[in-house]
Design a binder for this molecule. Structure first.
Ligand SMILES: C[S@@+](CC[C@H](N)C(=O)[O-])C[C@H]1O[C@@H](n2cnc3c(N)ncnc32)[C@H](O)[C@@H]1O
Length: 436
């Protein structure tokens, strides 16, 4: 896994005229959805507590998302062409290379951005090290590749950019691989021609891109999200997967949501129209929620839990990676999901020394062992498991920063949210920088 240099804006290809025209159409479609949302919800008698953005997305909250949405939807070429610098969903800001959880600023990208950036960040950060660690034990066809387009900046490994977000999505892919899910999805593709994936809260579409790549495009991938975020995923995936179908659902006619068996591609469903998707009665092979449920209100998570129960039914699975957000005034979504979903199967990482955020679980309506038998999972041999355990311990010694993250996670899991919040305050008082 050779690091061969850096990837700057100048190394990104620019969007073509046609690509920009398509992105502009997406901006108009999404703007219409957002502008008519309140009337639509009232007209249909939908529950505003479920349908309107809540919690972290409340327009009154201290949150960086809304202004970024407004910046992107204005459809200027120089903004769309560098979408990844504005569409920030992982808390990690590519421009400042730091965690941003509040504030209203939208980054300014000067003409000499590359020169300034390279001076300010001359060396690869620890996410690059961590990426190399977690890809060490997974086969090459389990590595997600992100293209040099739309402002993807980072360090070049095996010819592709790597940065915090690439790390984060690779981590999720590793967890799915370790649990045997990727193998099971590939088996279903061979049998049925494609798999149905539903992602609730898909951000800019990074994980959707990664999974679609690993499954060679054989997906019917539905993203249910706030329209403000569908803007970024529809543009990103439209550019990175031009040969697949792309449909933005506007609620005019539920028939527009149904697709023929041979259809492959992405459907973008605004959160307040999710019941129309559920009404199709399509079973879902894999549902996904990562770092999103805690952002929502309790009522919203309960709503999704109840619907996921029917969607994943017998053979489907929900992959969920979230943290207990109570210490920062958000939710512990796992207790709410347990009200609706019968079986919980924690994934204890083998190829990841320290998981970046939260804990990963597979939820299903029948024991996960009946969906993917333990013998079909990788890393089954005792010798290899011991080797991986020793390797993970060694990584913590080699990178003491990781050891601290591990300690923080252990405390977070064991202490009450109030005590953990107090501890965080004291830590930061003495110069620590624990944000989220
Ligand atoms: C922190 S981002 C995480 C994005 C991505 N899953 C990831 O892991 O990088 C949270 C996502 O949840 C979405 N979200 C917030 N409220 C939602 C709701 N009520 N229904 C669906 N998605 C929602 C946001 O729009 C955003 O895409």
């Amino acid at each position: 896994m050779e690091l061969t240099g850096r990837i700057s804006l100048r190394d990104n290809r620019s969007l073509s005229k046609d690509e920009f025209a398509r992105a502009s159409e997406i901006c108009s479609a999404i703007r219409k959805l957002v502008d008519s949302r309140a009337d639509f919800i009232a007209g249909k008698g939908l529950d505003p507590a479920i349908a309107l953005p809540g919690n972290n997305w409340d327009p009154e909250a201290d949150q960086p998302f809304l202004n970024r949405y407004r910046h992107i939807v204005a459809a200027k070429y120089e903004v769309i062409n560098r979408l990844r610098l504005y569409a920030q969903f992982s808390s990690f800001d590519l421009v400042t290379q730091s965690m941003v959880t509040g504030g209203r600023e939208v980054p300014e990208i000067p003409e000499d951005f590359d020169e300034r950036f390279e001076k300010q960040f001359p060396k690869p950060d620890h996410w690059i090290d961590r990426y190399r660690m977690i890809t060490r034990f997974v086969p090459a066809d389990i590595r997600a590749r992100f293209p040099r387009v739309l402002g993807e900046i980072g360090w070049e490994i095996d010819g592709h950019p790597v940065n915090h977000d690439v790390y984060a999505y690779q981590e999720r892919i590793n967890l799915m691989f370790e649990s045997g899910l990727i193998d099971e999805l590939r088996r279903r593709v061979r049998t049925n021609g494609s798999v149905r994936i539903l992602e609730i809260g898909g951000g800019y579409g990074g994980l959707a891109h990664a999974l679609t790549g690993l499954l060679h495009g054989a997906v019917k991938y539905t993203i249910c999200d706030l329209p403000e975020s569908l803007l970024s995923s529809a543009i990103y995936l439209g550019v990175t997967h031009p040969r697949l179908g792309h449909r933005i659902y506007d609620g005019a006619d539920p028939a527009n949501l149904s697709v023929p068996d041979e259809w492959l591609g992405f459907r973008y469903v605004p959160n307040y129209l999710f019941d129309d998707f559920c009404g199709l009665g399509e079973p879902v092979d894999l549902a996904i929620n990562t770092l999103s449920f805690p952002e929502m209100t309790e009522a919203q998570v309960r709503y999704y839990g109840q619907r996921l129960k029917g969607l994943i039914g017998g053979g489907g699975v929900l992959f969920e990676q979230n943290e207990d957000g109570r210490w920062m005034g958000l939710l512990d979504c796992k207790t709410i999901l347990a009200e609706s979903l019968a079986c919980r199967h924690p994934i204890l990482p083998k190829t990841i020394p320290v998981i970046s955020k939260g804990r990963a679980d597979l939820w299903s309506m029948e024991p996960f062992e009946m969906i993917v038998s333990p013998e079909r999972r990788p890393f089954g041999g005792a010798g290899l498991r011991i080797r991986l355990r020793v390797w993970r311990a060694f990584c913590l010694v080699r990178a003491p920063g990781l050891g601290l993250v591990r300690l923080r996670q252990a405390l977070q899991a064991r202490l009450s949210p109030a005590v953990f919040r107090g501890l965080k305050k004291i830590w930061n008082l003495f110069g620590g920088r624990m944000k989220a």
